[in-house]
Design a protein around this ligand. Structure first.
Ligand code: ATP
Ligand code: MG
Length: 476
């Protein structure tokens, strides 16, 4: 019963008790004469049940599940799900799907479920696969996607549609969408891809085209803001444990064995943190958010020596983005970029392995056995596990319901375990990182008993930022 008041900010509805709805654009916002039809799901034999699954346009999902006394109710998003009225007639829909950026377990499941969702729920049978990422819009042929074609693809890793980096040309892409008569665009990809999707949506809006643009965020690192978790993350953590286990077996079987496992995580250490917490074989976890040092009291070398004395072996997990400033100091002038303009990271795993080896042989006169494992491509290439498969299905179905209902310029994802439609800009403007003052990192430190590598002034600074962050995040 909250009276909604339109605020100054476009697409934001605010009321007086601090309730904010960050709305996603709707085709009727810029195409007021767009028709609306009854949802074809109403024709289902189980209509009595289906009717109950319809989501009212009033339903919203709260970003902050814990609301402290006297604090505003905070940001909400539109709840995802089927609507009673849809804005496209089934036989008028011409949808396309494109996948861009790096691989991640579950992409094929998302593709499959968009195709099946459109076909089974909405009777759409005109679905195109754009091959090879954004470039595929203008440089390649398309494939026709039917439930039969995609039937088994979720059992394979990679992307059925192939992917690429670079080559995003908004105008050419929208020209192509227009030429092909496409009116629903599903874009699966990471932060770069979603930025590209936002530009496509803006151009479509500028041209006044009745085209829904839906993004499905993909990042194995789990670094997407707002949403609870990104697809493929669970699978990645599970697979990472195999590598950790191998490193542990290797380290344990020799004298003074040190196993190092490099895991994905360019800017955030979620995979490293969760794999460490899950495995219990890890003695030390290094992530980009937590600076560490090697020499001196409380440094990594001291800790390694201590663990080797206690246990005879140890395992270190290092996220790829950790300690980049160290490696950069040792390789000045190396600054390579990929086709999309992302800075290529220097290999912290190799660097760390060499540093430890040198230090122990030269300074501490100790022979140690280093075993370095980089399972990155093995992890990225596997099919998604059971929980990710279910999750990918939900993402795909939410995207289909949203586009059919006429929403556009949105991404989908769970916010406090309820699926929501989130404005694309919301997920591209910030990244999700491990907060050192969050409870999960504290649990990790307690579990490994590793040094925190923080001095008291760092802790103080972190407490302050942490306190601010914890007001915005829902730490479990
Ligand atoms: P990941 O980082 O998880 O591999 P990503 O989507 O970030 O995925 P990128 O290679 O950065 O991967 O980008 C994928 C596609 O998006 C590329 O085709 C690239 O041209 C395009 N893209 C990246 N950044 C932008 C941007 N700022 N504006 C428009 N397009 C972009
Ligand atoms: Mg990226």
């Amino acid at each position: 019963n909250h009276q909604l008041i339109r605020a100054q900010v476009s697409d934001q509805i605010v009321n007086d008790d601090g309730f904010v709805l960050e709305d996603v654009p709707h085709l009727t916002n810029f195409l007021p004469d767009l028709p609306s039809y009854p949802n074809p799901l109403q024709k289902s034999q189980a209509y009595a049940i289906v009717k109950k699954t319809f989501v009212s346009s009033e339903d919203s999902v709260a970003q902050n599940i814990v609301v402290q006394k006297d604090t505003p109710r905070g940001v909400h998003f539109r709840r995802a799900g089927p609507r009673e009225k849809v804005y496209f007639k089934s036989d008028e829909v011409r949808a396309c799907i494109v996948t861009c950026g790096g691989l991640c377990p579950g992409i094929n499941t998302v593709i499959r479920e968009i195709v099946c969702g459109l076909n089974y729920m909405y009777g759409v049978d005109n679905i195109l696969g754009i091959e090879g990422g954004y470039k595929g819009f203008y440089s390649r042929n398309t494939t026709t996607l039917t439930p039969k074609v995609v039937n088994d693809i979720h059992k394979r890793g990679g992307t059925f549609l192939c992917t690429s980096r670079g080559g995003h040309d908004t105008n050419k892409i929208v020209d192509n969408i227009q030429d092909r008569g496409i009116n629903q665009v599903y874009i699966i990809g990471g932060d770069g891809t979603q930025r590209g999707a936002a530009l496509i949506y803006k151009e479509v809006e500028k041209r006044g085209l009745p085209i829904a643009v839906a993004g499905i965020p993909k990042t194995i690192d789990n670094d997407i803001a707002v949403i609870d978790k990104s697809f493929g993350f669970d699978t990645a953590v599970e697979e990472a444990q195999r590598a950790i286990n191998a490193a542990h077996v290797e380290a344990e079987s020799v004298e003074n064995g040190v196993g190092i496992v490099k895991l994905m995580g360019r800017y955030s250490g979620f995979i490293a943190m969760f794999a460490t917490l899950a495995s219990r074989d890890v003695d030390c976890c290094l992530i980009p958010e937590s600076p560490f040092y090697l020499e001196g009291r409380g440094g990594l070398f001291d800790f390694i020596e201590q663990r080797l004395k206690e246990n005879g072996h140890m395992v270190i997990v290092v996220a790829e983005g950790a300690g980049q400033e160290y490696v950069a100091q040792n390789m000045p002038g190396v600054d390579e970029k990929d086709a999309s303009g992302n800075r290529l990271l220097l290999d912290i795993g190799l660097w760390l392995t060499q540093k430890i080896k040198d230090h122990f042989s030269k300074v501490r006169k100790m022979t140690i056995n280093m075993k370095y494992i980089d399972p990155t491509y093995m992890i990225r290439a596997i099919p998604s596990n059971a929980s990710d498969n279910i999750y990918c299905t939900l993402l795909a179905q939410s995207a289909v319901h949203g586009a059919m209902a006429g929403y556009t310029g949105f991404t989908v994802g769970p916010v406090n375990s309820r699926h929501a439609y989130i404005p694309i800009a919301r997920v591209t403007e910030a990244t999700n990182t491990v907060k050192l003052t969050d409870r999960m990192w504290a649990r990790l430190l307690a579990s490994t008993n590793q040094p925190s590598f923080l001095n008291s002034s760092d802790v103080l600074q972190n407490d302050i930022t942490g306190a601010i962050n914890s007001m915005n995040s829902n730490s479990i």
